[in-house]
Design a protein around this ligand. Structure first.
Ligand SMILES: Cc1cc2nc3c(=O)[nH]c(=O)nc-3n(C[C@H](O)[C@H](O)[C@H](O)COP(=O)(O)O)c2cc1C
Length: 211
């Protein structure tokens, strides 16, 4: 169990060692190829119906960082981190689902009839239900964000989730579509010494119930 290659230990270490970093090495440059690989891994997160109703905007040039910093409460880490992702959830639209499911049909495991049923299911669940659409956008983006944190950790990078931003201004400044919700910002970079450790959590008996 203690072996470095033990997958259980590696995963538990990643969870136990993750922190919300505040201080990043501003001299660290993260190549676009690394940002791309982190997002490739993040998109392996699950979404309802495999909708993949998300978009990740990698804010990494000085000008783009400054623009985001202005609408994110001027939090210094937006300028200091190598990049900050704007994680957008998209309102699920059943009319795009058939195309999204094609690769699963082509891969040979999903029958066409099943894909058609999923499209009908998505229509029934989301069309005419604005609350459900928004909830799903937030769920998908949040799963993507959580997976992104560990994809970054696998590249020895720290992350920091942020809700401290003006969503309307982010939409305006970064050209989000009418079907897109800016759910979270996620800074990524090399942590500097001096970050707080992971904060203690509430006792399990307060948050866990067996039914
Ligand atoms: C949805 C969400 C929004 C957050 N927004 C901010 C933020 O705007 N600024 C910030 O400094 N930290 C933010 N945080 C970080 C939290 O304060 C941090 O996750 C929490 O204190 C636990 O710290 P730990 O992850 O290091 O244990 C946010 C975290 C989450 C999950």
């Amino acid at each position: 169990m203690e072996s470095e290659n033990n997958p259980h230990r590696l995963l538990v270490d990643a969870i136990e060692k993750r922190i919300s970093a505040n201080y990043f090495d501003s001299s660290h440059v993260l190549p676009d190829s690394d940002l791309t690989e982190i997002i490739r891994l993040a998109t392996l997160a699950p979404t309802a119906f495999n909708f993949q109703n998300w978009r990740f905007i990698a804010v990494r040039t000085p000008d783009a960082k400054k623009k985001l910093w202005e609408v994110a409460g001027r939090q210094p880490k937006v300028l200091e981190a190598s990049a900050t992702f704007i994680i957008c959830g998209q309102l699920p639209d059943h009319s795009v689902l058939a195309e999204r499911l094609c690769p699963s049909i082509e891969a040979g495991f999903m029958p066409e009839a099943t894909a058609a049923l999923w499209v009908m299911g998505a229509d029934a669940l989301y069309t005419s239900n604005a609350r459900m659409q928004r909830d799903e956008a937030i769920r998908s983006a949040t799963f993507g964000a959580a997976t992104l944190m560990f994809a970054a950790a696998a590249h020895s990078l720290a992350t920091g989730a942020m809700v401290g931003f003006d969503p309307d201004k982010v939409v305006q400044e970064f050209g989000l579509g009418p079907n897109e919700v800016p759910v979270l910002l996620m800074t990524v970079g090399k942590a500097l010494p001096g970050n707080w450790p992971q904060k203690p959590r509430r006792p399990l008996q307060e948050v866990l119930e067996f039914a």
